[in-house]
Write a protein that binds this ligand. Structure first.
Ligand SMILES: [Zn+2]
Length: 268
């Protein structure tokens, strides 16, 4: 897995590099994307000389994120695509590493200029921050904490299909945490807003980074207390209570939604 800490050695030929063109990840067609590129490959294949954004250590060696030139992509040898295409195809650790790379590159691209005074920023704090020399503002990569919650009513689980039906899944409810709100309060508010139900006994499960663009999904369980399902149509197409074995199509087990669902049914 990725060990996030400052890189102490000089860039070397065997550093690992997560390569992107814009927001699309670049992988080799000749091997698994689990095998992250090395610097000597990036230099010889893609002609890049830039060091890249330091990310930490992958499998004990320095790891960087780097953008390469689209012109260097050879369709017979490499492919580029949305990072989600790797979800479930690579280990959770490798996916998190690619996700960190995508977020670091997006953050650098989107914070080239100070949001307060408009001057150019430069790397600070060993590459962990971007600082403005003119006004002193320091910007760290931004994360967006979200809650995702499995609501239980006895042995029934609340599952909902998002408005727009883009995924074809019924899933657990999720939403962004508002400024000034605890994660537990966000769970209670989101369930009330999206399906009109009152829940209590909010308990933390586990978390998952979700780099689209920069969410941290905080998983919870909660218990139904009162109310009839009344969906908010701008967010939810349909929702219902499902017993084990009768659930509709749900997200894959690699996702925190899938893990919440599996964990609920395994314990009821
Ligand atoms: Zn500034």
């Amino acid at each position: 897995m990725l060990d996030i800490k400052p890189i102490v050695e000089a860039p070397g030929a065997e550093d690992y590099l997560c390569l992107f063109v814009g927001s699309e990840v670049v992988v080799s067609l000749r091997r698994s994307p689990e095998d992250i590129w090395m610097r000597h490959e990036a230099e010889s294949i893609f002609g890049t000389q830039a060091v890249g954004e330091p990310m930490g250590y992958w499998c004990g060696r320095p790891c960087y994120a780097l953008e390469v030139d689209q012109q260097q992509i050879n369709a017979m040898e490499h492919t580029k695509g949305h990072l989600l295409t790797l979800f479930g195809r690579v280990s959770a650790a490798a996916f998190a590493t690619y996700g960190r790379a995508l977020q670091m590159l997006s953050w650098r691209r989107d914070h080239q200029f100070c949001g307060r005074c408009g001057s150019a920023t430069e790397a600070a704090d060993a590459g962990k921050a971007l600082a403005c020399g003119a006004c002193g503002l320091t910007a760290y990569p931004r994360l967006h904490p979200c809650v995702i919650v499995a609501v239980g009513r006895g042995d029934e689980l609340l599952l909902a299909e998002a408005a727009g039906g883009r995924t074809g899944f019924h899933s657990t409810l999720a939403g962004f945490i508002e400024p000034g709100e605890t994660a537990e309060e966000a769970v209670i508010r989101e369930v009330r807003e999206e399906v009109g139900l009152t829940v209590s006994n909010v308990r933390y499960f586990q978390s998952q980074p979700w780099p689209f663009p920069s969410q941290l999904m905080l998983g919870f369980f909660a218990d139904y207390v009162a109310g009839e399902i009344t969906v908010e149509p701008s967010e939810i197409a349909r929702a219902g209570w499902y017993r084990k074995g009768h659930e509709p199509r749900v997200p894959p087990p690699a996702s925190i939604a899938g893990q919440l669902i599996n964990h609920f049914y395994a314990s009821h």
